[in-house]
Design a binder for this molecule. Sequence first.
Ligand SMILES: NC(=O)c1ccc[n+]([C@@H]2O[C@H](COP(=O)([O-])OP(=O)(O)OC[C@H]3O[C@@H](n4cnc5c(N)ncnc54)[C@H](O)[C@@H]3O)[C@@H](O)[C@H]2O)c1
Length: 334
Amino acid sequence: MKVLLTGGAGYIGSTTAKALEQAGHTPVVLDSLLTGPRAFVRDRIFYEGDIADRDLLARVVDEHPDIEATIHMAARIVVPESVEKPYEYYRDNVAKSLELFDDLLALDKPRVLFSSSASLYAMKPGFEVTEQDPLDPPSPYARTKRMMETVLEDMAAATDLRAIILRYFNPIGSDPDLESGIYAREPSHVLGQLVMAAQGQKDAFTITGTQHPTRDGTGIRDYIHIWDLAQAHVRAIEVFDEVLAKVDAPSTVINVGTGAGVTVRELVASFERVFGQDVPITEAPPRPGDAVGAFANVDKASAVLGWTAALTIDDAIASALAWGRKRKEILGYA
Ligand SMILES: NC(=O)c1ccc[n+]([C@@H]2O[C@H](COP(=O)([O-])OP(=O)(O)OC[C@H]3O[C@@H](n4cnc5c(N)ncnc54)[C@H](O)[C@@H]3O)[C@@H](O)[C@H]2O)c1
């Protein structure tokens, strides 16, 4: 199956491209290289450009009329930056995605798999969230994701567009062959920070927020191995029409996580076990907007998609560490 993959030069996109290939499918990558590195595209079919460029999209479809679905991952994704630059986030994530969806419809390419986020969920006692739980997106970034979910739901109800919305929990790790992974120079997310502290690139790992209402006071997340997340896309593409038939709706939302909640202290303990050494730790108050967190109820992913996560958090940590040692070769910076 040929699949249009926007954002295919990014962290999740490049790994998903590989998973698609290994399952016998062909990704057609569309990416502006706004952030994703050229090296992650490798030798794949690649169009460098913007998702809202209608001429380019027409050319892509003209040259690949056999594209059967689109995975729409291209987006700006940095939460603090979205607070500082809301215009750029709403323009790129909302206005441009809207153009893309309308364009796909006009080009008779109605199947869309959309990258949404678990950061939409409101805080819930017990922290396990189902797709029906209340939402309270805390940042402009998260609000762009919620807006596009709504747009997809409304367009699917009114037109031939069909949408599966995947709410990703917290992807970590790298692809199994260490050809792509986290590429930010200073990764802001927790595992990237741990790898930097472990490699001596920073003095200590800071736990931000130790008074949360969780079992040890630190934030809780559902860390999913990026390779598992990539497999969820392969599966969703393969059974796209069956999924919507099962739910009897033109669009649907599915949580993609492991189903296990892990606190920051528990993540640090796992990390030290895999790394084989203690990591220097400091503690600080939560940063503005820091969420207590959530973990996925994965009943729907299992029932409707026939997919569950297979890899462990230790696997993900080991692959993140291995990527941390390897990435200079691919990116040119450590
Ligand atoms: N990384 C996470 O923790 C996480 C969690 C939940 C959801 N998501 C979503 O998953 C998707 C992929 O995330 P990622 O971590 O791989 O991010 P990423 O920044 O590595 O990848 C995004 C890619 O989109 C490209 N891009 C951005 N704007 C574009 C445009 N207008 N036209 C064409 N290409 C454009 C970038 O160059 C980049 O390669 C995003 O939609 C993100 O919101 C990510």
